[in-house]
Design a protein around this ligand. Structure first.
Ligand SMILES: NC(=O)C1=CN([C@@H]2O[C@H](COP(=O)(O)OP(=O)(O)OC[C@H]3O[C@@H](n4cnc5c(N)ncnc54)[C@H](OP(=O)(O)O)[C@@H]3O)[C@@H](O)[C@H]2O)C=CC1
Ligand SMILES: Cc1cn([C@H]2C[C@H](O)[C@@H](COP(=O)(O)OP(=O)(O)O[C@H]3O[C@@H](C)C(=O)[C@@H](O)[C@H]3O)O2)c(=O)[nH]c1=O
Ligand SMILES: [Mg+2]
Length: 287
């Protein structure tokens, strides 16, 4: 049984390497998602029994200036993976994002809520979801949000770097979400992979999140509190809450695209993601 992971050094791919060491990993140098025509033959040659797509174009602001590249990697590449999974008759686990929603609702978004991305990254990820659902019957799409880890680049590591350089910084306090520890996504995937011979979870879209809803400002405060307690930072910088309008970026970001956890996913995997434990793990690993 060969489990094929697309992605090698990203946050999720790195945790999958720890948790499913027997899997075969293909980073962008071996298998370029932007070259859709090459994907089918490359995957067929490996004859996997399960395909996990841990790769994506994740530079939200960058996608605004290179939309064609983001589209190739986030929409056309996953479409090619879905086609070859269907041909081989094997399941595909694909990852998506809170940014498929516009974030204008007060309530949390369930997997069936109406999508309406407000930026290019979100539009390309939504196109990837649609391709996977229409082209490959045996799919699980796991939506996650605000992913962080000791591996790769993310908000936690940015805060630690900026916090070491500056006495004060401003962080937006009107965008809300549920952060996700990449190690938790890997754990959920590991449980799903273990049950692949007799899947108990219906194919479809699920939200692999859990824990408190916070703003980026609150998240930054929690990072600085624990990082100073652990001696990762000598002193926490002063953090000033600001409105999104005062922090202009190339991409618009949804204000309240809060993913509602999926009880069926938690029941099937016997696991509930908890990002606050993940934050402690991340800061431990970086200490
Ligand atoms: N980061 C976040 O905050 C969030 C991420 N997600 C989703 O979670 C999933 C995992 O993201 P994350 O681990 O954070 O990603 P990272 O940004 O940490 O890593 C990106 C990964 O994509 C791979 N990749 C990029 N371009 C290509 C390409 N052209 N061909 C093949 N592989 C490529 C990289 O490959 P290589 O290993 O070779 O460098 C790397 O493994 C993605 O689907 C993402 O959209 C969802 C919500 C939030
Ligand atoms: C560094 C920094 C960011 N911010 C803001 C910008 C932004 O609104 C928010 C978070 O910054 P980021 O650059 O991490 O945001 P962003 O890259 O948009 O994060 C998103 O990435 C993609 C891949 C996803 O799928 C989403 O779930 C989400 O995690 O904090 C500040 O207010 N102050 C700062 O000093
Ligand atoms: Mg980013």
């Amino acid at each position: 049984m060969t489990i094929l992971v697309i992605g090698a050094s990203g946050q999720l791919a790195s945790h999958l390497r720890e948790q499913i060491p027997s899997a075969v990993f293909r980073g962008r140098v071996d298998l370029d998602l932007a070259e859709a025509a090459t994907i089918g033959p490359a995957v067929q040659a490996l004859a996997p029994s399960l395909i996990i797509n841990a790769a994506a174009y994740t530079d939200v602001d960058g996608a605004e200036s290179e939309p064609a590249t983001a589209w190739r990697i986030n929409a056309e590449g996953p479409a090619a993976l879905a086609r070859v999974a269907e041909q081989l008759g094997v399941p595909l686990i694909h990852i998506s994002t809170d940014y498929v929603f516009d974030g204008s609702a007060e309530a949390e978004y369930g997997p069936d809520a109406g999508t309406c991305p407000v930026n290019t990254y979100g539009r390309t990820k939504l196109a990837g979801e649609l391709a996977v659902t229409t082209l490959c019957e045996r799919h699980w799409i796991l939506r996650v949000s605000w992913v962080f880890s000791e591996f790769g680049s993310n908000f936690v590591k940015t805060m630690l770097r900026v916090g070491a350089e500056r006495d004060a910084l401003q962080v937006v306090s009107d965008q809300y979400g549920r952060p996700t520890y990449a190690g938790d996504i890997a754990t959920v995937i590991r449980h799903l992979a273990t049950s692949i011979a007799e899947p108990s979870l219906p194919w479809g879209i699920y939200h692999a999140v859990g824990g408190r809803i916070v703003s980026w400002y609150e998240f930054a405060g929690m990072i600085f509190r624990e990082a100073t307690q652990r001696g990762l930072l000598e002193q926490a910088p002063a953090v000033e809450p600001i409105a999104t309008a005062s922090y202009p970026t190339p991409a618009t970001r949804p204000l309240r695209a809060v993913l509602a956890p999926s009880p069926a996913l938690n029941a099937a995997t016997g696991y509930s993601p908890d990002w606050e434990i993940g934050l402690t793990r991340t800061l431990q690993a970086l200490s």
